[in-house]
Ligand binder design. Structure first.
Ligand SMILES: CC(C)(COP(=O)(O)OP(=O)(O)OC[C@H]1O[C@@H](n2cnc3c(N)ncnc32)[C@H](O)[C@@H]1OP(=O)(O)O)[C@@H](O)C(=O)NCCC(=O)NCCSC(=O)CC(=O)CCCCCCCCCCCCC(=O)O
Ligand SMILES: NC(=O)C1=CN([C@@H]2O[C@H](COP(=O)(O)OP(=O)(O)OC[C@H]3O[C@@H](n4cnc5c(N)ncnc54)[C@H](O)[C@@H]3O)[C@@H](O)[C@H]2O)C=CC1
Length: 725
C-alpha cells in the first residue's frame, strides 16, 4: 500500500509494503490514487514520495513477474504520471531505491537521498531490463556511459556516487524526509519543464557510435550467453537514436522478449533460492528457531596454503581478529608473504585501504607456529593437506588446547566429518566449512554437519558465512558433500568421453558454450591434477596399494579411467607444472593450448586398450556430463543430504561457475523435463552398463513417473523413511 497524508502545502505519499516496499499492484494503485488526490487538492502545492521503515523501494515485486496478471505494464504510466504533475514531486530516498523504485524516483522532479542510501537498476541480474522507462530517463540524467554501466551491470551505487553523477540533487546525513519536504516547499512555483527528464536531450558523447560499438563488445564478452545485458544495451542505445516515446516503445518490446525468454525465470528462481537457503533446517529438526549463533570475537586458521591464505584474507576483510598458524617457520614465512600480498591487493580495491583492514596490527592478525596461541579463540578453521590421519592429529590437539566453547571447523573438500570429529572430546562442536578457491573471492561456503554437530555450531557457521559476505548452504555429511559429490560423475564422464574419442578442448568448448565459466579439463588443470590423484591413492584406486592384477580400466567391477593417474605419473599436474590436459607457456602459466603430445598419447592409449575411436557430437558431450551430475543431485536429495533442490542450485551457481541464467542444475533439469533427462540417462546407461553414474536414480524415476511435477513440489514426493539421516 501507499499511505497518503497532507501536512501544510506538501502532500506525503509513503510506499508501504514490508520488508522492502516492493511495488505490488496494491502499492502502485495506492501511489496512483495518492498522486490524483494531491493533484485535485488546491491546498496541496507539492508532493513528497518516500518509503516506510527507512527504505524507499526495492522495485517491482519480483514474485509478480510470474503471476498470471503481471504488474509490469502498470508502472511505466505511473512514472509518467508523476513526471507530468503540475506540482513539484520530490523523492526522499532512504535505504534502497532499486529497479522500479529508482524508476519512480526518476519520474520525480527532484531527488534527495540519505548519505547511506544505495541506488541501482538491478533488473539485468533478474534477466530483465528497467521496463518502466528507466532505460530512457537515466541516460538523459547522468549521460550514456554512466547509465550503460549501471543498467548493464545492475550494480548498486552509494548516495555519494549518485550525487557525483547527478542522479540525486542533494544528500543529507540527518532526516531525509524533512530535507525533502524543505526542498519541496522551496521549489513550489518554479518551472518544472527543465526537471522533466523525458523532455531532456540525451547528453552527447564525442563519437557516440564508436563508443557504443566498444561498449557492446564489452557487454557481449561479459554476458556469456546471458541475454539481458545485451538487451539492456539495446534499450539504452535506442535512447541515443530515437525520441523519448519511441525509445519507450523499444524498451517495452525488449522487456517482453526478456520476460518470455526463460532466462528471466531462471534468474528470478536463483534470487529466491539464495534467500531460501538462509532458512536452513536439518532432518533432525534443528533450524534458526532452535539455535542461536555464538559470537566469533577471535578466530584461527591452520595451514596457509592455497586455501588457508584466502580464508585468512576473508576473515581480515570481515574485521575478525585472528591467528594464522603453519607447521614450520619456512611455510609460515611463505604463507605470511602470500597473505600480505592478497591483503594489499584487497586493500587497494577498498576505500580507506590498508588502514581500514588494519592487517599490519599483530593484535588483529598474528602469524605463528605455536598451537598454544589458539587457547582463547572462539573458532578454528583447519586447512591443512587433505589427509585424514593428519586432520585427526590436528583435531585431537585442538580439542586439548582450545577453550571448551570453541568451534572446530574443517575445510576438507570430501572427508568424513564424523571421523574427524571422533578425534576430539567435543564432536558436537566439529563442523565442515568448505570454502572454494580462491577463498576470498568465491561466494560459496558449504557448511557440513556431522552426526553429532550441534544446532549452535551450524548457526554459528551460518552467521560466519554472512559476516564473510558469503552464501552459506547447510548440507549433510557424505563423501564429497553436495558440490564435489555431484562433480565426480561429471568429471568422470568428461574423461570417459576422451577415452572414447573426444578431445579436452572439444569437451570444454561444449560446456563453456553452455555457459560454464570454465570446462572440466581447464578446471582440473587450474585446481591441480595432483589433488585428485592423492585422493585416489588414499582410496586405493591407484598407486602402490592397488592390488596386483587389477584390470587397468576397472575398479570394484565398475568402469574406471586411469588417464588422470597416467598424466600425474608423468608429472603433468596442470597449470602449476605447465602441462596437464593442456600445454601452458610455462609452469604457473595460464594460457591453455591443445597439446599435440596429449592427442598422440590418447590415441596410443586407445590402441593399447582396444578402444575404437568414434566421433562424439556436442549433444552427447553435454548430456552425459550434465545429466550424470544432475542424476547424482537426485540421489543426494533422496538421501536427505540437502533439504531441497534450491540448495544444490545455489551451490552450483556460487561455487562451480554454473551459468546463473540457467538457474542451477536441478532447475535446468526441470526446464529440460524430467522424463527427457530420464530417457537420456537410460539410453546412455544401456550403452555403458558398467558406469553407475549413468543409472537413473530412483528419485528421478519416481518424479518422472508421477508426471514431472514442478521443482517446488519435488521434496513432497520423498517419504520420510527414504532419508538416511
Ligand atoms: C533490497 C535488497 C538490497 C535487500 O537486501 P537484504 O537486506 O539482504 O534483504 P533480503 O533478504 O534480500 O530481502 C528481504 C526480503 O525481501 C524480499 N525482496 C527483496 N526485494 C524484493 C522485490 N523486489 N520483490 C519481492 N520481494 C523482494 C526478499 O525475497 C526477502 O524475502 P524472503 O525471500 O522471504 O526472505 C535485496 O533484497 C535486493 O537486492 N532485492 C532485489 C532488488 C531488485 O532486483 N529490484 C528490481 C526488481 S525488478 C523491477 O523493479 C523491474 C522494473 O523495472 C519494473 C518493471 C516494469 C515493467 C514494465 C513493462 C512494460 C511492458 C511490458 C508489458 C507487460 C504486461 C504486463 O505484464 O502487465
Ligand atoms: N585447493 C583447493 O582448491 C581446495 C582445497 N580444499 C581443501 O582445503 C584443505 C587445504 O588445501 P590446500 O590449501 O589446497 O592445500 P595446500 O597444500 O596448498 O596447503 C596446505 C597447508 O597446510 C600446511 N600444513 C600441513 N600440515 C600442517 C600442520 N601440521 N600444521 C599447520 N599447517 C600444516 C602446509 O604447510 C600447507 O601450507 C584440504 O583439505 C583441501 O582438500 C577445499 C576446497 C578447495
Amino acid at each position: 500500500m501507499a499511505q497518503y497524508a497532507r501536512g501544510s502545502a506538501v502532500a506525503v505519499i509513503r510506499l508501504r509494503n514490508p520488508p522492502v516496499n516492493a511495488l505490488s499492484r496494491a502499492v502502485l494503485q495506492a501511489l496512483e490514487d495518492g498522486l490524483k488526490k494531491a493533484d485535485a487538492d488546491p491546498s496541496v502545492k507539492a508532493v513528497m514520495i518516500c518509503g516506510e521503515n527507512g527504505k524507499f523501494s526495492a522495485g517491482a515485486d519480483i514474485r509478480g513477474f510470474s503471476a498470471p496478471k503481471r504488474l509490469g505494464g502498470a508502472l511505466g504510466p505511473i512514472v509518467s504520471l508523476i513526471e507530468s504533475s503540475e506540482k513539484p514531486v520530490v523523492a526522499a530516498i532512504e535505504g534502497v531505491a532499486l529497479g522500479g523504485g529508482l524508476e519512480v524516483a526518476l519520474g520525480c522532479h527532484y531527488r534527495v537521498a540519505h548519505v547511506k542510501a544505495r541506488m541501482g537498476l538491478p533488473e539485468v541480474t533478474l534477466g530483465l531490463l528497467p521496463g518502466a522507462e528507466g532505460t530512457q530517463r537515466l541516460p538523459r540524467l547522468i549521460g550514456v556511459p554512466a547509465a550503460l554501466d549501471m543498467i548493464t551491470t545492475g550494480k548498486h551505487i552509494p548516495a555519494t556516487e549518485a550525487l557525483k553523477l547527478g542522479l540525486v540533487d542533494e544528500i543529507v546525513e540527518e532526516n531525509t524526509i524533512e530535507a525533502a519536504i524543505r526542498l519541496a516547499n522551496k521549489v513550489i512555483g518554479q518551472p518544472l519543464g527543465p526537471r522533466r527528464l523525458s523532455l531532456k536531450p540525451v547528453p552527447k558523447v564525442p563519437n557516440m557510435e564508436a563508443f557504443l560499438d566498444e561498449a557492446l563488445a564489452k557487454v557481449k564478452r561479459q554476458a556469456r550467453g546471458c541475454l539481458a545485458p545485451e538487451l539492456c544495451f539495446q534499450a539504452v542505445r535506442a535512447a541515443t537514436r530515437s525520441p523519448f516515446a519511441e525509445g519507450v516503445r523499444r524498451e517495452r518490446e525488449l522487456f517482453q522478449v526478456l520476460l518470455s525468454s526463460g532466462q528471466a525465470q531462471a534468474l528470478q528462481y536463483a534470487f529466491f533460492a539464495e534467500r531460501a537457503v538462509r532458512r536452513w533446517a536439518t532432518p533432525g529438526g534443528a533450524s534458526w528457531s532452535s539455535a542461536a549463533p555464538q559470537p566469533v570475537r577471535r578466530a584461527a586458521v591452520i595451514g596457509l596454503g592455497t586455501m588457508g591464505r584466502g580464508i585468512v584474507t576473508s576473515l581480515v576483510k570481515a574485521n575478525i581478529p585472528l591467528v594464522a598458524l603453519e607447521q614450520d617457520l619456512e611455510n609460515l614465512n611463505k604463507g605470511r608473504k602470500a597473505v600480505m600480498l592478497l591483503l594489499e591487493r584487497e586493500a587497494m580495491k577498498m576505500e580507506g585501504g590498508a588502514q581500514v583492514l588494519d592487517f599490519h596490527n599483530p593484535a588483529r592478525l598474528q602469524f605463528t607456529v605455536d598451537f598454544d596461541l589458539l587457547r582463547d579463540v572462539d573458532l578454528v578453521i583447519e586447512a591443512v593437506f587433505e589427509n585424514m590421519a593428519l586432520k585427526k592429529e590436528i583435531f585431537h590437539k585442538l580439542s586439548k588446547i582450545c577453550k571448551p566453547g570453541a568451534l572446530l571447523c574443517t575445510n576438507t573438500s570430501a572427508l568424513n566429518i564424523d571421523e574427524i570429529a571422533s578425534a576430539t572430546n567435543r564432536p558436537q562442536q566439529v563442523i565442515g566449512t568448505h570454502f572454494f578457491s580462491p577463498a576470498h573471492v568465491m561466494r560459496l561456503l558449504e557448511i557440513i554437519y556431522g552426526r553429532h554437530t550441534s544446532p549452535t555450531a551450524i548457526a554459528t557457521a551460518m552467521q560466519l558465512a554472512t559476516a564473510l559476505k558469503k552464501v552459506g548452504v547447510v548440507v549433510g555429511n557424505c563423501f564429497g558433500f553436495v558440490g564435489n559429490r555431484m562433480m565426480f560423475p561429471y568429471v568422470q564422464q568428461a574423461v570417459f568421453l576422451l577415452e572414447e574419442g573426444s578431445r579436452p578442448d572439444a569437451v570444454d568448448q561444449v560446456l563453456e558454450d553452455f555457459g560454464f565459466k570454465i570446462g572440466p579439463f581447464r578446471m582440473s588443470d587450474l585446481a591441480g591434477l595432483d589433488v585428485g590423484w592423492r585422493s585416489r591413492k588414499d582410496q586405493g584406486l591407484t598407486g602402490p596399494s592397488l592390488p596386483a592384477g587389477t584390470p587397468a580400466r576397472q575398479r570394484h567391477g565398475q568402469r574406471y579411467s586411469p588417464l588422470p593417474d597416467l598424466l600425474c605419473e608423468r608429472g603433468r599436474f596442470g597449470q602449476k607444472t605447465g602441462k596437464g590436459w593442456y600445454l601452458y607457456e610455462k609452469a604457473g602459466g595460464r594460457t591453455a593450448t591443445p597439446d599435440p603430445w596429449l592427442l598422440n598419447f590418447l590415441s596410443q592409449y586407445r590402441d593399447t586398450h582396444g578402444i575404437r575411436t568414434r566421433f562424439i557430437d556436442q549433444e552427447e558431450i553435454l548430456e552425459r556430463c550434465l545429466f550424470s551430475l544432475i542424476n547424482e543431485g537426485f540421489a543426494i536429495l533422496a538421501e536427505g543430504i540437502a533439504s531441497g533442490p534450491e540448495h544444490l542450485d545455489v551451490i552450483y551457481i556460487n561455487g562451480y561457475g554454473w551459468p546463473k541464467h540457467r538457474g542451477g542444475p536441478m532447475f535446468y533439469a526441470s526446464t529440460v523435463g524430467l522424463p527427457r533427462v530420464l530417457a537420456k540417462l537410460q539410453k546412455y546407461s544401456e550403452a555403458h552398463p558398467d558406469v553407475p553414474g549413468l543409472q537413473p536414480s530412483a528419485f528421478l524415476k519416481k518424479l518422472a513417473a508421477v508426471g514431472n511435477p514442478p521443482l517446488k513440489e519435488w521434496m513432497s514426493y520423498l517419504s520420510q523413511q527414504s532419508s538416511k539421516l
